[in-house]
Structure formats: structure tokens, C-alpha cells
Design a protein around this ligand. Structure first.
Ligand SMILES: Cc1cc2nc3c(=O)[nH]c(=O)nc-3n(C[C@H](O)[C@H](O)[C@H](O)COP(=O)(O)O)c2cc1C
Length: 175
């Protein structure tokens, strides 16, 4: 894939909030997770974990924990990507909190793009009650849920969300 193909790949992804009822195959789910395998991580400690939720009742509970966001009930699969603080803090102490958040965010991004490459749609979902999600999934204390990545076969919105001009993000040499 050359650079312009890569740009095209990125430009055709959009967050999708309407899904068909079609389940994902185990191969499709595995391909999404496998995309995170090569994600970089602090000290290569891979301080992230994922809970793959396909159970309808648990998806409903996750939707409730995320302020009833409907796409979480509709999407047949939710990848709950978590920071693993113990894996990272055992090496890096307090700094490990930040590294685990970064590791898990990168892993979730790779999964999102892996899903896109596999013809699936996703919606990165960050608005949720962390305690409620932890309770629904029985997460241990040191595991912090960061992203509910809804995935499935969905209906793309009619247009892609706009962006501010890239130059507004960019500072050269100094701020
Ligand atoms: C940190 C983060 C949190 C987000 N939380 C939500 C959310 O709770 N619900 C939702 O529908 N979309 C959520 N989104 C998706 C954004 O709304 C979406 O990425 C943004 O509007 C740009 O649209 P696009 O992804 O289609 O390009 C979130 C995205 C990020 C990166």
C-alpha cells in the first residue's frame, strides 16, 4: 500500500452508529484483535487487554453503562479495550499509568483500523460510567476500561465528519 492508498483507507472510515443484526464470524473477530498484535507499547509490555462482548444481555448492560447509547445494543460485538496498570506499573511505577493508557489507546486504534480493513464498521465509544462497565464485566481493580469499540456491519453516514484544517494542529519547532 502506498501513501496515497493509505490516505484513502483512512478517509473512508467513519464512526457508524447504525448496525444490521448480522453477527460477526469468529474469523472477523479474531482479525480485529490480531490487528493489535503489532501495536507498539511502552517497553513492549503490551499493557492492554480486551474483553470481546457478543452476549446480547451484556451488550445491553454496557449500553446502559454508556448512558443508553443505542449503537452499543445494535452492534453485534463490542471490544472493550482496557489499560492493564499492573503490567505497566510493575516496570514504570507511576509513569506506568500513562503508558498503560497509551498502550491501550494504540491497541484500540489498531483494532478500529483492522476492522475497517476487514470491511467492518466501528464506533469508538468513550462516554461511559467506568465503574458500571467494570462491574458488568467483572474487571479486576488494576484493569481500567478505556474504549467500548462497537463493531459490526453497519450503515455508513451519508457524509464523513469534517475536520479542522490540519495546519491548525501543527506547530513548527516551537509552539
Ligand atoms: C475519545 C473518543 C470518545 C468518543 N466517544 C464517543 C461516544 O461516546 N459516542 C459516540 O457515538 N461517538 C464517540 N466517539 C466518536 C466521535 O464522535 C467521532 O470519532 C468523531 O465525531 C469524528 O467522526 P468520525 O469518527 O466519523 O470521523 C468518540 C471518539 C473518541 C476518539
Amino acid at each position: 500500500m502506498d501513501s496515497s492508498e493509505f490516505q484513502g483507507f483512512l478517509r473512508t472510515r467513519s464512526s457508524v452508529r447504525e448496525y444490521t443484526a448480522e453477527d460477526l464470524t469468529s474469523e472477523e473477530i479474531a482479525a480485529v484483535v490480531r490487528a493489535a498484535e503489532r501495536a507498539p507499547s511502552a517497553g513492549n509490555r503490551e499493557s492492554w487487554d480486551v474483553v470481546i462482548v457478543t452476549d446480547e444481555g451484556i451488550r445491553e448492560d454496557l449500553s446502559d453503562a454508556a448512558f443508553q447509547q443505542q449503537h452499543l445494543m445494535q452492534a453485534p460485538c463490542i471490544f472493550v479495550v482496557c489499560a492493564n496498570y499492573v503490567r505497566s506499573m510493575s516496570q514504570y511505577g507511576e509513569r506506568g499509568i500513562l503508558y498503560a493508557v497509551q498502550d491501550a489507546t494504540i491497541a484500540a486504534t489498531y483494532m478500529m483500523l483492522g476492522a475497517h480493513a476487514g470491511g467492518l464498521q466501528t464506533c469508538w465509544t468513550g462516554a461511559f460510567d467506568e465503574e458500571a462497565v467494570s462491574e458488568v464485566l467483572g474487571l479486576p481493580e488494576h484493569i481500567r476500561p478505556l474504549v467500548l469499540l462497537a463493531a459490526g456491519k453497519g450503515h455508513l453516514p451519508p457524509s464523513h465528519a469534517g475536520r479542522m484544517p490540519i495546519g491548525e494542529h501543527v506547530h513548527e519547532n516551537i509552539w
